[in-house]
Design a protein. Structure first.
Length: 66
């Protein structure tokens, strides 16, 4: 999965879960987070979908790793 296909995969993974949809749209709209290697470690990729592991991202942020 490439950086270009990741937004669509994240939208597909969050579909129907309104809070996740909103958070995903904000991350995509920001334009920087999805391109960062340190953040992409918090993204679980599947077959055509992806999901942000929010707990891992928050833990990394709190530890100063993001």
């Amino acid at each position: 999965m490439t950086v270009l296909s990741l937004p669509a995969a994240l939208r597909a993974g969050a579909e129907g879960l309104y809070a996740l949809e909103a958070a995903t749209v904000l991350i995509i709209a920001h334009g920087t987070w999805l391109k960062r290697d340190d953040f992409s470690c918090s993204v679980d990729r599947g077959a055509g979908t992806a999901a942000i592991d929010w707990e891992a991202a928050i833990t990394a942020l709190d530890a100063g790793e993001l």
